[in-house]
Write a protein that binds this ligand. Structure first.
Ligand SMILES: C[S@@+](CC[C@H](N)C(=O)[O-])C[C@H]1O[C@@H](n2cnc3c(N)ncnc32)[C@H](O)[C@@H]1O
Length: 578
């Protein structure tokens, strides 16, 4: 309502002071010994070392057992760049959200910082004499420029590009790239060298050697850089009147808690961690600092592996393999991609024609991918192999028949036939029916986006959900997605009981696919418990305590900093109890 600019500014500043005050209080209540947003819980003498693996090159392990939730690694970046879409909203040094009073770069005034502390430390200085690089060049090229400048400064010589393969010790991917990508790297390498010569050091020599060193550096950045992410949720900012808005259908209450990429960075030591689609460690960020925590008990000597993106439960195996091949140029040899697991079988599977059978029917693409897996290694005994198969919440025997003979434990995988009872199923007609059902479900998604949900849309979508349930396997992820859409739609119309039931139905499937204690389940429980709180449903309390446990497994004492809404839920949960 304030009409004047000055008045608006003053209100913004006051709000900002209040927000910071609240943030400090929240941080204190998460961990009393913690000083604001510093990084207190130092890895408890967990010594990691580099190991050689047969399929994945170098990797990281610890000689000793690591308890679940232990912080195993903290690292500051070698170089960082903010992503383009965050340039106006986040500090270009620490990558936190900008306050109302921003501080620009002294010379070019383009990058914005949240404080003088960040302005002084910023890596951008060599980029501002001339055309502003980050506005024009892709982020990974700007990052490469920052790596070169840092290593030139460390070496104290400014005429030759240093050999960054030696300085950084990162693996490269050039030989595995397609010719078009190689050509792109060559062009950017020359552009970057000219930029560096023009605005940083006129003595820098540009020749075949320096160009190829930059080409290799760019290829190292492709496979070794990490995306710095922040957790984003529509709940955070209007907690005070959220419950009221929620029950009147105004709040985007059932929208998902998503991770937003804000930066790209090189962490030298952390780039030795290999990928697994069933990771045992989890990386997160506070400002620019990288923190890594064990999400399960890891026995001494076991490889410590994080996910570069895809995970079992999120996509089926063929999609994960394609993503890793295209983005990181490797054939994944993690346990999820090299051994049969139930989640990969059901995630996009159809149900059996026999109504009493819980078996799964696979289409051609999925069946072919599953057939490629070396199945169950013959060296593993039957007992331990069954453990391997049960990494998620589904017992493989529920969906497929395993023949346990003495020499080899195997699954017979034929597309179009139930893996459990062998019944034939006409997948062509079923796929058509699923496509038709999704037409209505997509229309519902559009209505949710435009906040205009009519009863015909809802009843069409409910009928389509019924069709999916009678066609797809009960644990197919498509059903979970449809249930989630309906939960969102009913939140908007203010019908919280069906919203809660659909939300629960979606979570039941996701628990099967990811396992019950995965962070995705924690995020889904946020939605469910929010709906339950609004309804005054006491079972919210159990779900809030369950999600708190999951969040502390992944974020330890930083859970409340990373996800402030958690503190709000915990407080509301206490109100219900008393
Ligand atoms: C960030 S580096 C990890 C460290 C790397 N192994 C090394 O020796 O420097 C990423 C590279 O490691 C290898 N890698 C990581 N995870 C893998 C996996 N699950 N299967 C096969 N190769 C993997 C791939 O070559 C990938 O490009």
């Amino acid at each position: 309502m304030e009409p004047s600019l000055g008045g608006k500014k003053q209100i913004e500043n006051e709000l900002d002071i209040l927000a910071r005050h609240h943030e400090n209080k929240s941080a204190k209540s998460v961990h009393k010994s913690q000083k604001s947003v510093g990084i207190p819980d130092v890895p408890q003498q967990i010594k990691l070392h580099c190991v050689k693996t047969p399929d994945k090159g170098r990797g990281m392990a610890s000689k000793f057992d690591i308890p679940q939730a232990s912080l195993i690694h903290i690292e500051e970046p070698y170089a960082v760049v903010i992503l383009k879409h965050c340039r106006e909203t986040h500090c270009h040094y620490c990558l936190n959200e900008l306050p109302a009073d921003t501080i620009p770069c002294i010379s070019c005034s383009l990058p914005l910082y949240c404080s003088q502390h960040c302005q002084v430390r910023a890596e951008h200085k060599h980029e501002c004499q001339g055309v502003h690089w980050p506005a024009i060049l892709p982020s990974d090229v700007v990052l490469a420029g920052r790596v070169v400048v840092k290593s030139l400064e460390q070496k104290g010589q400014f005429t030759e590009v240093p050999n960054l393969l030696e300085t950084l010790g990162l693996c490269e991917s050039y030989s595995k790239m397609l010719p078009e990508s190689k050509l792109e790297l060559h062009i950017y390498s020359i552009v970057l060298l000219f930029c560096l010569q023009h605005s940083y050091c006129s003595e820098l020599s540009i020749n075949g050697d320096s160009t190829s060193l930059i080409v290799i550096l760019l290829s190292q950045i492709r496979v070794n850089s990490m995306a710095i992410v922040r957790m984003k949720s529509s709940y955070f900012y209007d907690q005070q009147d959220w419950l009221q808005k929620f029950s009147s259908g105004e709040a985007e209450a059932a929208s998902s808690v998503e991770q937003v990429r804000v930066g790209q960075a090189i962490y030298k030591a952390a780039s030795l961690f290999n990928h697994s689609c069933q990771p045992n460690i989890h990386a997160y960020f506070i400002s620019r600092s990288l923190l890594i925590r064990a999400t399960e008990f890891v026995a001494g000597g076991c490889p410590l592996e994080l996910s570069y993106g895809p995970q079992v439960g999120q996509w089926d195996c063929k999609d994960r393999l394609r993503f890793l091949e295209e983005g990181y140029f490797f054939q994944c040899w993690c346990r999820g991609c090299s051994q049969v697991n139930a989640s990969d079988l059901v995630i996009s599977g159809f149900c059996c024609v026999n109504p009493n059978c819980s078996g799964v029917v696979l289409d051609n693409l999925v069946a072919n991918c599953e057939k490629q897996k070396p199945k169950i290694p013959e060296t593993i005994s039957i007992d331990s192999h069954l453990q391997v198969l049960d990494l998620n919440d589904i017992h493989i025997k529920e969906v497929a028949h395993i023949s346990l003979d003495e020499t080899r434990n195997c699954l017979r995988i034929d597309s179009g036939y139930c893996l459990k009872c062998g019944s034939y199923c006409n997948l062509a007609s079923r796929s058509e029916a699923v496509k038709r059902a999704w037409v209505h479900l997509r229309r519902l998604q559009d209505s949710i986006a435009s906040k205009d949900i009519c009863s015909t849309r809802l009843s069409d979508a409910l009928r389509s959900l019924g069709l999916l349930r009678s066609t797809l396997h009960a644990y197919n992820k498509g059903i979970a997605e449809a249930e989630d859409n309906l939960a969102k739609a009913f939140c908007f119309t203010g019908d919280l009981q069906p919203a809660r039931d659909h939300c629960k139905a979606s979570i039941e499937i996701l628990e099967k696919l990811y396992g019950p204690n995965h962070i995705v389940i924690g995020q889904e429980l946020v939605k469910l418990s929010s709906i339950q709180l609004t309804m005054g449903d006491c079972t919210a309390v159990d779900n809030i305590s369950r999600l708190s446990v999951i969040f502390s497994k992944y974020y330890g004492p930083h859970a409340g900093i990373i996800f402030p809404y958690l503190l709000f839920l915990e407080k509301e949960s206490c109100h219900i109890i008393h």
